[in-house]
Design a protein around this ligand. Sequence first.
Ligand code: SAH
Ligand code: SF4
Length: 347
Amino acid sequence: MSKPQIKALSADELRQALVEMGEKPFRAGPILKWLHTPVVSFDEMTDQSKALRARLAERFELTVPGLVRRQQSKVDGTVKYLWQMREGDLVESVLMRYEHGNTVCVSTQVGCRMGCKFCASGLLGLRRNLSAGEILDQVLFAQKDCGQKIHNIVLMGTGEPLDNYENVLKFLHLVSSPGGIHIGQRHISLSTSGLADKIEKLAAENLQITLSVSLHAPDNDSRNRIMPVNRSFPIERLMQACRYYFDTTGRRISYEYAMAHGVSDRPWQAERLAALLRGRPGHVNLIPLNRVKESPLQPSSREAARRFQQILEKNGVTVTVRRRLGPDIDAACGQLRRRTLEEGDRK
Ligand code: SAH
Ligand code: SF4
């Protein structure tokens, strides 16, 4: 039987576990501090007794992701990591350097079961959920690798965060708790493909994170074609959940929109999108679609993208166009893992 992962414990659970071991609960503080650094062995916790370190090692698993691949962009310094978690599960994270600080994009699942047609992460379905500790590990080990502080986290790697709700929630509390790495919730964004029921659940958690909703199409016909989740939660239902999220948390929502040639970039769709967002505090993030080999979807032409943006702006929608980081390394998240798995198959 596998041992519980110590990094997946909340501060309270760690205290509880120490008490059960006959230890003093106050030891949880310094141990948690260690667990939010990239330690690879309990023996590194030198301010704890040798005996306690040995007992912890006996009782708990200390997860350590193995670095399988690392690619760095020569253009902008973006670094893409491929980690090996337990049982050979491959997971990607990306380190981006913005003016407002270093940002890590983390994965929340090994694979994804949402099946979006433009996405490399979902091609092989879902293998398993990552634990809160394994999501945290991606931040800790990216920070170790770059030797600089991480300021922001985006949950936009492989996986649907709200399909791994409990672990992701735990991660959000862990990573923002003052006793650990302490990245404030206002520096964290969570992106979802639109699980309306979970968005409403999340609204009630009283978090200060930013919610990003991957909209990608303003009408049900087009969205059904590219995002199967839309059949469970059509646009009206999703927008209702977004309204509830804003009303409950007071946090503005950001809507992700990847323009696909002939599918989601037509002028009437820009008008429809503007109408959908009228009276809603939030903004649209237009993304150039990354081509994925297995998908027939193509990115919009420069002209179509510009026209789309102009229509939104004319209608008073706040629009940002996301810069493409790391254009010379496998750009879309999920592609590096996919390629490595393919190479593995050929061997
Ligand atoms: N599962 C969550 C978060 C991970 S995906 C979600 O879907 O929101 C992170 C973002 O990348 C999402 O907005 C997703 O729609 C987008 N994305 C996935 N594949 C893409 C591609 N080929 N080109 C552009 N954006 C893509
Ligand atoms: Fe999953 Fe997000 Fe990719 Fe859709 S876009 S398959 S939800 S990771």
